[in-house]
Design a protein around this ligand. Sequence first.
Ligand code: C2E
Ligand code: CA
Ligand code: CA
Ligand code: CA
Length: 274
Amino acid sequence: AKTHGPGRFEFFDVKLRERLQRRLGLEQDLRRAVLNEELWVAYQPVVELGTGRTVAVEALLRWDQPVLGAISPDEFIPLAEESDLINRIGIQTLRVTTQDIAEWRHEHEVPLQLAVNLSARQLDDPDLLVTVEQALRRADLPAKALCLEITETTLMRDPVAATAKLKALRTLGVSLAIDDFGTGYASLAQLLRLPLDILKVDQSFVTALVDSHEAEGVVGGIIAMAHGIGLIVIAEGVETAQQAGILRRLGCDQAQGYFYGRPESSTTWMPPEA
Ligand code: C2E
Ligand code: CA
Ligand code: CA
Ligand code: CA
C-alpha cells in the first residue's frame, strides 16, 4: 500500500509537468527553428541488394536545437503535425531536397532517386499536388526521380481517401511507397487497391530475422506478396551483413540501414562510386 501512497502521485505529477513543459517549449522553439532554418536534411543511401549500388537516398529531417542538442524527428514531426507548422516544413523539405538531388544528378550523371516522407496532414493538404509539382519544376527534376513515402498507418486511417490522393499524385509521374509496412493493419485487398510502386518492410522484421526462423518466413511471405502485385521491396534498418545475406536470399530488391550508411548531411554524404 505504501507504493500507492501520495508520494507516488506527486512523482507522476512532476514527471507529467516536465513532459508538458518540454512539449510546450519545443513547440515554440520549433516555430523559431523553422524561421531560422535550424532544420536540415540528412540523406541515407538505399542500396540495390544484387549489385550493392546506391540507387536512391531517403531525406530525413534533422533539428539541432541550440540548448537541448539533436531532437529526433519522431519527437518534433508529431509536434509540427499538431500545428500548421508541418505544411511549412513539408514544403521547405520538398524544395531543398529536390534541389539537392537535381544538382547531384547533374554533377554525377547518375539517375539517383530521392525519397521524401509525407505526414498525414500533408496527405490531407489540398495543395499537396501543386506543392510537389512546383518543387519538381523549380529544381528541374524529373517526376520519376521522386518517391513519396507514406506510412501504412497513415494510409489506413482512411483508405478510400488515401487511394484517391495517391492516384492524383501518380498522375504527376512520381513513385509512391508504403512505409513501415507490417506495423499497420492493411489487408491484401486494401493493398491491391492502393496505387503503389514500393513497399518498405519495417525495421522490426529485419531485426527479428537473425534470431527467428518464423521472421524469415514472414519476411519471405511479404516479399513474395509484394512481388506478386508488382511492387519493389526495400528492407529498412539493415545493420549487419548477416541480415543483408538473408534478405538477398529471400529475393528482397533493395536495402537501407547502418550497414550501408547512416543518414548524413549532403556535404558529408559520400557519393557512390560511378
Ligand atoms: P522512417 O521514415 O521509417 O525513417 C527511417 C528511420 O530509421 C530514420 O530515423 C533512420 O535514421 C533510421 N534508421 C535507418 N537505418 C537504421 C538502422 O540500420 N538502424 C536503426 N536503428 N535505425 C535506422 P529518423 O531519421 O530518426 O526518423 C524517424 C522518423 O521520422 C522517420 O521514420 C519518419 O517517419 C519521420 N521523418 C523523418 N524525416 C521526415 C520528414 O521530412 N517528413 C516527415 N513527415 N517525417 C519525417
Ligand atoms: Ca521513410
Ligand atoms: Ca520506415
Ligand atoms: Ca519509422
